[in-house]
Write a protein that binds this ligand. Sequence first.
Ligand code: PLP
Length: 390
Amino acid sequence: MRKVYLDNAATTVLNGEVLQAMMPYFTSIYGNSHSQHTFGRDAVNGVDNARDIIAKSIGASSNEVFFTCGGTEANNWALRGVAYANISKGKHIITSSIEHHSVLDTCKQLEKEGFTVTYLPVDNSGLVSISDLLHEIKPETTIVSIMAVNNEVGTIQNIKAISEIVKFYGACFHVDGVQALGVMPINVNDLGIDLLSISAHKIHGPKGAGALYIRKGVKIDKFMIGGEQEMNRRGGTVNVPAVVGFGKACELNNRDMAFRDKKLFEISQYFIKKIEYEVPDIIINGNQNQKVNNIVSVTFLGIEGEYLVTLLDMKGIAVSTGSACASGSFQKSHVLKAMGRTDQEVRGTIRFSFDVSTTKEDVDYVVRTLCEEVEKLRKDSPVKYKKKDS
Ligand SMILES: *Cc1c(COP(=O)(O)O)cnc(C)c1O
């Protein structure tokens, strides 16, 4: 049976060159990067080289990049660290209603701790409204957190326009850039970003490594306490092999970003054309003029996405409903809800996320299988479905 992995927004395969770069750090270069001796210094060299590569790739200085255990920790740190360090300015936070759970749940927790959070709405393509931001931001706002690319529908936010407003009000601008890194160019200075969260395993690096970019001068508390690692900003022994792998993955992504984007555009367009032609009553979600090419979210009217995921899995095809976290817990996608979709539409939505290695034959197989399974499910479905104009 053919195996097709179309869940690259959940995680990606480790690149072979990345694994090669990591290997010595598991075996011979095993020192603690915080030790004073040669073993430690060799590890430090690996970590600092990765830091240089990553900093360069986002237009930052090396001393503005701090390694974490992933995107989730970076998001937790950015929000909590800035909220508490700037309490004398105010206790107001702004984010959007379509953020990753690591942002939304941190905001919910901060609300319990006495902060006020505004969740900006989005339009039916997943774009945050700039006029809503203008309306809600105030002098007491300390941090505005908006993701660059949504992980469920792929919509790209107007980061530059948002940052200009945030700057004007003197707040700190945090961007969850996990789905943007390696997919589109991000320059923290051009875009006016103060804090940027990134993660290795979404770009063919290892799991368990990420980073928070912190612009020089930003007031932020420590999140992980204990130890003077990471320029005394993040306690804990550095995951040296993973960090080295993160650097390598970043280097490889930068080297062929344009090539990969072109390939991803071709394969996703091929998929969209084919599925629109062959499967009736579907909706392609997200902002088609302003989205990344590796994520395609499709609503199949009248079906249960959870069933379809299982049926496709039995045919060797890996996809998900919404995000990995949302589907694991059978929660309904907060992203699609925020985009104004009905419960039925939300339940019928599947995310296909592509990789450069995805072939036309893979797509042919997936669309053929979808045709069969969707037709079967619709026949069995007691719910009548009607295509909605959107
Ligand atoms: C995957 C993801 C995260 C979490 O990153 P981890 O490294 O898995 O903790 C955060 N934000 C977005 C948008 C993501 O897609």
